[in-house]
Design a protein around this ligand. Structure first.
Ligand code: GLC
Length: 436
């Protein structure tokens, strides 16, 4: 178990389904299930990889920085952004306050590399959005890249070259840490986010970053703030990226961050968007394993959110509002082997939600369920199903098989959810079919 869980393990309780529940600080986060990630920066001007494009020699650093002149934020409407995020059903958002390129969205006084000081947008574009999120009742998260490939005191630069070697230049590195801590203090005072989302810790060790001190500083200012798992071992939860972990993560809290197409920031040429069904089925997998999905959007340099992304957020919204009770505030569902698909449980384990691919009809099977089903309904339609149990021998501990017949047309366009209710918390048979 990673070091960053050491603190929270003390407060772990075990739920009825055997799932580990983390401490109270993480409660809102674990209940939230859906967050929206926003990669907004000068890379949207040319529509190229955020920061990585110069790091990987796709463009010179000089030309990359020319994008500063095209970042207008002319149609930036933070209330509209927050409204759309709320409509998707998300309960929080995380925005890139500064990516690895070093360009700050707020009016940093630590250098001149910011949207207010160096772009035609000429204003802090971070705080208004945070204000709108709060008005909409959403939790706020700041992505902050520890790496700063542009800063003269930061050693790393291009894929195959560094500006200097850290070993021989402790003073330069100390200057960088002073700069970075200065920016973190600014953000603390300006935003005081509910969640810090660090990135780029892989370039240095925890002691080089002084990660323990950063954690202490942030928690000292706001003891409730949550820190993601990319602070060199000093965060609160795990952050798998892009490709969903095939097996169930064992971390007490985790969040999959994922793009809508194949890019984090806006890239007009990238039209390889996931369909609503694909996003929803990944989301169901994630919550079925007890995690959160942090779904990324990449607004254009003028602040408009591309139509495909708006559409995905809206379709998510329709589905999440119809199936709210199966999503928000739930815990991980049945372990693999009981049902061919994702499932979630209400925290008291009196309701089990089965997720079934949209358009499906016919028989659905649940194995190893010891409880008697009180009621089975298709969410959103209130169509009642009549479960059939077969193969239950009265004197044997092996439960029968539960079959549900899903009538044609009863389901959802994307993903149907069936709720099974019980009068006792779910109890599962995990044996081998013997008499014990
Ligand atoms: C990676 C990349 C970065 C992106 C992040 C999102 O760590 O460095 O470009 O912002 O993932 O999780």
């Amino acid at each position: 178990m990673k070091k960053y869980f050491a603190g929270i393990l003390l407060a772990i309780a075990v739920s009825a389904s055997g799932q580990q529940l983390p401490d109270m600080k993480l409660q809102w986060f674990n209940d939230a299930k859906l967050g929206i990630f926003i990669h907004w920066g000068i890379y949207a001007v040319n529509g190229i990889d955020e920061s990585w494009s110069f790091h990987n020699h796709k463009i010179s650093h000089e030309d990359y920085m020319k994008q500063l002149n095209g970042f207008t934020a002319l149609n930036y409407d933070p209330a509209k952004w927050a409204g759309l995020i709320k409509e998707s059903g998300a309960r929080y958002a995380v925005i890139t306050s500064k990516h690895h390129d070093g360009v700050a969205l707020w009016d940093t006084k630590m250098n001149k590399l910011s949207v207010p000081a160096s772009t035609p947008a000429k204003r802090d574009v971070l705080s208004p959005f945070i204000g709108e999120l709060r008005k909409a009742g959403l939790k706020t998260g700041l992505y902050y890249s520890l790496i700063d490939w542009t800063h003269p005191d930061y050693p790393g630069f291009l894929r195959d070259s560094v500006k200097y070697n850290l070993a021989g230049n402790p003073v330069k590195w100390q200057n960088f840490l002073t700069f970075m801590n200065g920016q973190l203090s600014e953000l603390q005072q300006l935003i005081n986010p509910d969640l810090w989302w660090f990135d780029g810790d892989w370039e240095h060790s925890a002691s080089e970053w002084q990660a323990a001190e950063i954690r202490h500083k942030l928690l000292n200012y706001n003891p409730k703030t949550i820190i993601n798992g990319r602070l060199a071992g000093f965060g609160d939860y795990d952050t798998p990226e892009q490709n969903f972990p095939v097996t169930r993560p064992d971390s007490p809290a985790w969040e999959l961050c994922m793009t809508m197409n194949d890019s984090w920031g806006y890239q007009g040429r990238d039209t390889n968007y996931k369909t609503p069904y694909e996003v929803i089925s990944i989301f169901a997998d994630v919550i079925g394993y007890g995690g959160n999905l942090l779904l990324d959007i990449g607004p254009k340099a003028d602040g408009t959110i591309p139509a495909e992304q708006v559409n995905l957020l809206k379709e998510m919204g329709k589905w999440t509002s119809k199936h709210q009770e199966a999503i928000f505030g739930t815990i991980a569902g049945l372990p693999q082997g009981h049902f061919y698909g994702p499932s979630t449980l209400s925290p008291d384990s009196l309701n089990l939600y089965l997720f079934i691919s949209g358009g499906s009809c016919g028989q659905v099977m649940v194995k190893g369920l010891k409880n008697k089903v009180l009621k089975a309904v298709v969410l959103g339609t209130e169509t009642e199903l009549h479960p059939k149990v077969v193969g239950k021998i009265s004197w044997s501990p092996v439960p029968g098989l539960l079959f549900l017949d899903l009538p044609e047309g009863a389901g959802d366009e994307y993903m149907t959810v069936v709720r099974l209710s019980f009068n006792e918390p779910v109890s599962l048979y995990r044996g081998k079919g013997g008499l014990q």
